[in-house]
Design a protein around this ligand. Structure first.
Ligand code: NAD
Length: 268
């Protein structure tokens, strides 16, 4: 049997109804996992569930906010009661804003941190309580961003800081839970061609078209990521194929983070 096989494993995916979330659900479900989809958007959650049903993937939906402790605690109780002890957590729900640091309000800062950092902690905590109590191994994959370790500018301040926090949370949890055989890793995507990202490109118009040229110049492989690129990496890190990997922050960015802004792509 392939080390990539996740048959019968239960995977919790937060922000499951979004672009990357659904790609992860399709990928893990296609490799045999049963999926617990968690999201705050009831309508898209139902659409996502219907799609997984049509693909023959076993899944249940759980409505609530990753940012609210009471919701997260309730959701893990419900998951445990109806689906069992989870094996895999994909921390994916996040929210960003585009505001200059000097104009950022505490409400905006809190909104970003609550979902994109505190939510990752709360989900990891509730997941670990079930896994530790069952004395089972586990795998957590945190969806970070290249913004977590290089500065983007353009008002991504609070979002980038939250992703920097996700990177450090990943390393700390990997060390805390290594002896319990819960592996914790993160993925750093560059821009990903999701519906939300495409909406942003469309609403920004000419500004986005100019930015896109610059964005692509910074990605040595010459394209933005597809949601499936991220889902493939999640699948690897969640599976036994990555049994010796924990505390890793893996860029899935076409070489973006490796490429110095003053560098050249092979021509002297
Ligand atoms: N799309 C990109 O270009 C890109 C690049 C780098 C990193 N990322 C990261 O990938 C992850 C997914 O991004 P995406 O592009 O698929 O986003 P998306 O906007 O398509 O989906 C996000 C999903 O999260 C849900 N959500 C938002 N707040 C929530 C909350 N408090 N509780 C539960 N669910 C909530 C939304 O309803 C939505 O379904 C995020 O962590 C994001 O930071 C995305």
């Amino acid at each position: 049997m392939s080390n990539f096989d996740v048959s019968g494993k239960l995977a919790v995916v937060t922000g499951a109804a979004g672009g990357i979330g659904m790609a992860v659900c399709r990928q893990l479900g296609g490799a045999g996992a049963v999926i617990a989809l968690v999201d705050i958007d009831e309508k898209t959650l139902a659409i996502g569930k219907a799609e997984l049903d049509s693909l023959g993937i076993k899944a249940q939906t759980f409505l609530g906010s990753a940012a609210i402790e009471a919701d997260v605690v309730r959701i893990y109780k419900e998951i445990h009661a109806s689906m069992g002890v989870p094996d895999i957590l994909v921390n994916n729900a996040a929210q960003g804003i585009h505001t200059a640091p000097q104009d950022t309000t505490v409400e905006e800062w809190d909104r970003v941190m609550d979902t994109s950092l505190k939510g990752y902690f709360l989900n990891a905590r509730e997941f670990s309580r079930l896994v530790l109590a069952a004395k089972m191994p586990g795998a957590v994959v945190n969806i970070s961003s290249i913004a977590g370790s290089s500065a983007i500018g353009r008002g991504n301040f609070a979002y980038s800081v939250s992703k920097g926090g996700v990177n450090q949370l990943t390393k700390e949890l990997a060390i805390e839970w290594a002896t319990a055989k819960i592996r914790v890793n993160a993925i750093q995507p560059c821009s990903v061609n999701t519906p939300g990202w495409r909406r942003w490109v469309e609403t920004e118009g000419e500004k986005a078209r100019i930015l896109m040229v610059r964005l692509l110049e910074g990605i040595p492989l010459g394209r933005v990521a597809e949601p499936e690129d991220i889902a493939n990496a999640v699948h690897f890190l969640a599976s036994d194929a990555a049994a010796m990997i924990t505390g890793t922050i893996l860029p899935v960015d076409g070489g973006n983070l490796a490429f110095n802004a003053g560098g050249n792509l092979g021509n002297y």
